[in-house]
Design a protein around this ligand. Sequence first.
Ligand SMILES: Nc1ncnc2c1ncn2[C@@H]1O[C@H](COP(=O)(O)OP(=O)(O)OP(=O)(O)O)[C@@H](O)[C@H]1O
Length: 479
Amino acid sequence: MTDWAKKAEDQEVAKLVDQLQIQSDENTFSTRNNSCIYDLPATKNNEESEPDVADPAETSLLIKILGKGLVNTKLSLDIQQKNPNSPLHSVKTFEALHLKEELLKGIYAMGFNTPSKIQETALPTLLADPPQNMIAQSQSGTGKTAAFVLAMLSRVNVKLNHPQVLCLSPTYELAIQTGEVAARMGQFCPEIKLRFAVRGEEVERNQKITEHILIGTPGKMLDWGYKFRLFDMKKISVFVLDEADVMIATQGHHDQCLRIHKLLNQQCQMLFFSATYDREVMDFAQLIVTEPTIIRLNREQESLDNIKQYYVKCKNEEGKYNAIQNIYGCISIGQAIIFCHTRRTAAWLASKMTSDGHSVAVLSGDLTVEQRLAVLDRFRSGLQKVLITTNVLSRGIDIEQVTIVVNFDLPVDIRGNADCETYLHRIGRTGRFGKSGIAINLVSGDKCMAVCNAIEKHFKKDIHILNTDSADDIEKIGN
Ligand SMILES: Nc1ncnc2c1ncn2[C@@H]1O[C@H](COP(=O)(O)OP(=O)(O)OP(=O)(O)O)[C@@H](O)[C@H]1O
């Protein structure tokens, strides 16, 4: 374990934020005096003028790296019991779980005193005998990884020298992150051996894998377990699918996970964890996990009560820009995020604001994960007050001090209809942790007004008109 733990710690991922040095990348990204300045590329390409979308695996990685401590969710978890044998009591202490003493020591050494909501709900079922299957959902940063890692470590029989636990992640970096948690939590259990099944890791020919826990990506896991028969899939007793939504929704991963799943034996404990599940993903999960205990987030409780919403009528894009100019003084008192539909609009807006002397950061899908981390890190530390972005940032990334969200473009789906879910995610970037926040929607044209009306109707919450030419109105948002 010690070597392995060291290896995990050597990985650069967790230290990216500290180590990053932004490199100038041709003419598209440069840093001057801590501000990122976009120069519009000379030629348009399709990606820039199409809606910018987030890669869910990259978003998960960003959230994990940026996450500092536990997020205390306001939303409750619904337990939908399927298996009558499931022990559905919850625990208020880690002691009540009757864990091995070494594991308890590991938990405390990580600074955990009491279980989080998902942990207190899931752990009794995860650790129950006979083992129970589970499909669990809880927001990012609420302690899911720690919950299933504890289950993985608890199930290992160290007397058997072969893999017993498989944990699949969608990417190399996410697998490394999970491995780091396992290494830390198991630091007092030196007899438990872990191994990464990721690119770059090789096993000598004709050698069998003897480590107890394998954490990796589906392709490598299939190679090792099926193609090269380096371990016996039938001897796996715990199978964890982390980021289940990404795994199931991504075609290649989906097929590989299914193949792995088919090679496991019927008694293997199946654990699926994710921050979100849309209906298709949940249907699929329920199809392949027998009699699961299902823990789900109660989304209906999500409310916009503490966010005041406004719309500003604008003639055209220039009009929207003028509105931003008018409110800039207010929005830069706290911190603001401005959402655009495409990378191109984000780049145009950033360049225009920069040339007008405003210090803005910009983050869109053409930046690497490292560049995004650096931008977010500067924004979170307050070096820049305004962040211009796209849907790449709409979900999951919390920046506590954001007080204003501006929709330069309202979120729409491919048919041009209101995308209410994305709207909720975007404006949910403010008003975190019960604080009050402001959302300002820039509306130009009848179509856009119809989208704004549809959003208002959907959430049954008033969106008030704001005249950015009126000092009185500006004062409203300033206070
Ligand atoms: N019981 C606890 N007490 C204190 N801190 C905790 C506890 N459980 C987890 N944490 C910490 O909270 C942070 C988030 O936990 P974790 O990564 O397990 O969440 P997650 O739900 O898996 O997030 P994601 O959806 O991003 O994968 C981590 O820094 C972790 O060390």
